[in-house]
Design a protein around this ligand. Structure first.
Ligand code: FES
Length: 354
């Protein structure tokens, strides 16, 4: 990781210390003189290394402080001239142990130095730091090329052990009721539905019929029938068609009139008698053989001139108005009647003289 970023002085020192620790632990107590070729200021390998000089480094214990390291560097620098003046126990880190410890660090930096073509050691770095120069390979130009990042190996995914399958126990299904009971219930339900539907249908039908009849009666009340009665005036022909003493009955059915050519009080007249019995309204019959009108209801009898002479009829038959029309025909007007008991038969409109 140290090669991937710019190394500061502290990091370089830390790397050196780590290298020292590893070198001291891995290297033999008497390093060869050839291994210190990177450090010209390193003391000769013949210099004995006190056992207590680097107790912590040898054992990988407490880390030396920066002042110690600087002192070690100064000691390395001045090793050639002052090795004898300094007490052996004062700075035990400089001699052979340092050289031995520098070996792994030098080896570690050899790869980067080989790439960049620059060899650096701790002493030179520290010297440069003291001189205020550039503190180590921090520039891009001096920095060793970063090794290519190793591709991350895909971690094999440990297959999870499948949990043991537990077989669920299914409760037994409830016993279905017998089909016969279900069918009976269905039949009962269907019967009730049909009965209820039929009752409702009958009720609605009766209501519809009642409403229809009520509407019909209301319409008949609002628009009563108009009797298509024959016109009140009608022509029966000329007087020649009615000989003397003749009672014409052919207009009874259509007009309810007898046309008679008879004698009334010594005067020959043609008159029109109403075919309604004055008793209770029955229609008498002309009896040619008996020369009378006979009511079939109660036996009332009327002469040819219409005067009652037997039975319960209280008064003579009534006459309609009659006249000779412009065309010479006899015209009968049923809108006007004449009663003998009232003396109306004397009215000229009640007869036509022959
Ligand atoms: Fe003619 Fe009674 S209705 S006699």
């Amino acid at each position: 990781m140290a090669e991937k970023k710019k190394m500061s002085v502290a990091e370089i020192l830390a790397a050196a210390r780590a290298a020292d620790g590893k070198g001291a632990a891995a290297s033999p107590p008497e390093p060869k003189a050839t291994e210190t070729e990177e450090s010209p200021a390193a003391p000769p390998a013949s210099k004995p290394k006190p056992a207590a000089a680097k107790p912590a480094a040898a054992a990988g214990g407490a880390r030396p402080s920066v002042s110690d390291i600087l002192a070690m560097a100064r000691a390395n620098k001045a090793a050639g001239a002052e090795t004898a003046a300094k007490p052996a126990a004062a700075k035990p880190a400089a001699p052979a142990a340092k050289a031995a410890a520098a070996k792994p660090a030098a080896k570690a930096t050899e790869a980067g130095a080989a790439k960049t073509g620059v060899q650096r050691d701790t002493a030179s770095i520290l010297a440069a730091a003291r001189a205020g120069a550039k503190p180590g390979p921090v520039s891009k130009a001096d920095a060793p090329a970063r090794p290519a990042a190793k591709p991350r190996e895909a971690k094999p995914v440990a297959e999870k052990a499948a949990p043991p399958r537990t077989v669920a126990t299914v409760p037994p299904k409830p016993v279905k009721p017998a089909k016969a009971a279900a069918g009976a219930a269905e039949d009962r339900r269907t019967f009730l539905q049909i009965a209820l539907g039929s009752a409702m249908a009958v009720g609605f039908s009766a209501l519809a019929v009642t409403g229809g009849l009520f509407s019909l009666g209301l319409a008949r009340f609002l628009f009563p029938n108009v009797l298509a009665e024959p016109p009140s005036k009608f022509k029966v022909g000329s007087r020649d068609g009615f000989p003397s003493g003749k009672v014409e009955t052919k207009y009874v059915a259509q007009y309810g009139v007898w046309v008679v050519n008879g004698d009334f009080q010594g005067q020959q007249q043609i008159y029109a008698l109403k075919t309604v019995c004055t008793h209770l309204g029955c229609t008498p019959s002309w009896l040619e053989a008996e020369q009378k009108f006979k009511c079939p209801c109660h036996g009332s009898g009327f002469y040819k001139d219409g005067v009652n002479f037997e039975g319960p009829a209280p008064r003579p038959l009534e006459r309609y108005a009659i006249r000779i029309a412009d065309d010479g025909q006899l015209e009968i007007d049923k809108s006007k009647t004449f009663q003998e008991e009232l003396g109306q038969w004397a009215d000229p409109d009640s007869y036509v003289t022959v």
